[in-house]
Structures are given as C-alpha cells and as structure tokens.
Design a protein around this ligand. Structure first.
Ligand SMILES: Cc1cc2nc3c(=O)[nH]c(=O)nc-3n(C[C@H](O)[C@H](O)[C@H](O)COP(=O)(O)O)c2cc1C
Length: 234
C-alpha cells in the first residue's frame, strides 16, 4: 500500500488546513495542525486503503446482513418460518421491506399464495432458532414447535408472528421481482409489534443494539460499539 503523508496547505477560518496525499489519490481534510488528530493523519487517513479488483463478483461482498425470521402460512393454515439474510427497508412512506427468497423454498410458495408475511427480528439469544429455521424445511416439520418458538396472532394479516422476537412486522405482499436465483419479495408494513422494553418513557421506539443479530460472511454477530449519531456532521 502506498504510504500517505500530510503537509500544511493553507489557513482558513482561523484553522490551518492540512492536505493528505498518497501515490493514488489526494484527500483533503481541515484540522488544526499540531493536534493529535493531525499527527495521527486524521480520521480519513485510517480508512485510506488499497483495493484489489476481484476477478469474480458475489453477493457476499455486500455486508453485513441483518438476520430476519420471516413467518408465513399455508393456505390450509399451517405456519412456517424461513430465515432470511438478504433483506432491506425499501421505502419509508409507505414503509416497505424487501426480502430475497429463492423460488425453490417451500416458504416462497406460501408467501405468494397467501399474499402476506411477517418479518420478525431475532435477538442474539435466538441465534439457534434462527439457524435452525434456515437449515430445515417446513415441508418436513412444524418449525415453530421444533425450534421452541410460539405463535403470536397477527392483527391484520394471515401469517402468524413469532412471539419471542423483540420486533414483529406484518407485511402485505406488494410485488415480486424475478432477479434470478432469488426473487425480491416486497411487502408493505401494515402493523408493527415491539417489545415494550424497546420503548422510551414517551412510548417511542428506541431500538437497542444488543437486540440485533447480523451475519457476517458465514457467522452470526452482535452489533458493535456506537461510533456516532446520525447527522453528526451537519
Ligand atoms: C443465515 C442464513 C441466511 C439465509 N438467507 C436466505 C435468503 O436470504 N434467502 C433465501 O431464500 N434463503 C435463505 N436461507 C436459506 C433458507 O432459510 C433455508 O433454505 C430454509 O430451510 C428454507 O425453509 P423452507 O423450506 O421452510 O421455506 C438462509 C439460511 C441461513 C442459515
């Protein structure tokens, strides 16, 4: 990797501006010369890395994946759970959630036939149930019973929710996009159920990092330390 160095460039707004340079790029950052940050090379300096252009592409380069347990139900009322690693909020208004589901999954057919699904966020304590629901099929068993999970009745949809998960979101199917190995299954959130310990004194949702479970290229992880608040650079 190219070696970076810093040098004083100019003085603006009473602060000396220093310039970072290396063989491949130039990063400008304003700071006070002589401070520890300047001596260390600044924050940007730590992130200045040399990247390799990989020979192949793979979805595994995108990380981390928040783990969700998607609950669904068969037309004759048999509940099921599928573990999903590839999911995301798609829009805020209306709130929509996308999940990548292989059409080969038993759950895929259930979601498409029923037209709704539950998105349940497991906590690290449910890592065993999460893995179990991602390695066994509802074709062969009742995963609620086998994983020791309880059905929470939904308010507005047909799919049951998972009582033990701190957050359960009821979603109505909006759209399915065929993208190849997996289809992007988009649901509109129509109801939300939240563990009361995740509410602040005013009753507002206040997510706790210790409740979240992520996967990271083949293993399960908790969330790490908080490093900043949103909009702190405003
Ligand atoms: C950590 C993990 C993440 C997974 N992510 C996905 C995913 O994003 N999409 C998918 O279709 N299957 C995913 N799977 C696989 C399904 O959960 C698995 O095939 C499951 O047994 C299907 O259940 P079903 O046959 O009851 O539908 C994942 C499995 C694990 C363990």
């Amino acid at each position: 990797m190219a070696k970076c160095y810093s040098e004083a460039a100019s003085s603006r707004h009473g602060k000396a501006s220093y310039l970072y340079r290396c063989g491949e790029c130039t990063i400008r950052k304003t700071g006070v010369i002589g401070t520890n940050q300047h001596r260390r090379g600044g924050n940007l300096m730590d992130k200045h890395i040399s990247k390799v252009h990989m020979q192949s592409v793979s979805s595994s380069y995108f990380y981390p994946w928040p783990m969700v347990m998607v609950s669904c139900v068969s037309p004759d009322g048999k509940p099921n759970i599928i573990t999903i690693g590839a999911s995301s909020v798609c829009s805020s208004a209306p709130p929509t959630i996308g999940i990548a589901v292989s059409p080969q999954r038993y759950s895929y057919r259930l979601i498409v036939e029923t037209g709704d699904f539950g998105v349940n966020l497991p906590s690290p304590e449910q890592v065993e149930a999460t893995d179990f629901c991602g390695t066994h099929s509802g074709r062969d068993m009742d995963k609620f019973a086998a994983a020791g999970l309880s059905v929470q009745p939904p308010a507005l949809i047909r799919s049951p929710l998972i009582a033990e998960c701190p957050v359960s979101l009821e979603c109505r199917l909006r759209e399915v996009v065929d993208l190849g190995s997996h289809h992007w299954v988009i649901g509109e959130m129509v109801a939300a159920h939240v563990d009361q310990r995740l509410l602040d004194a005013q009753g507002r949702f206040s997510p706790s990092a210790q409740h979240a479970l992520f996967c990271f290229g083949g293993d399960y992880r908790r969330v790490g330390e908080q490093i900043a608040l949103w909009f702190f650079t405003r």
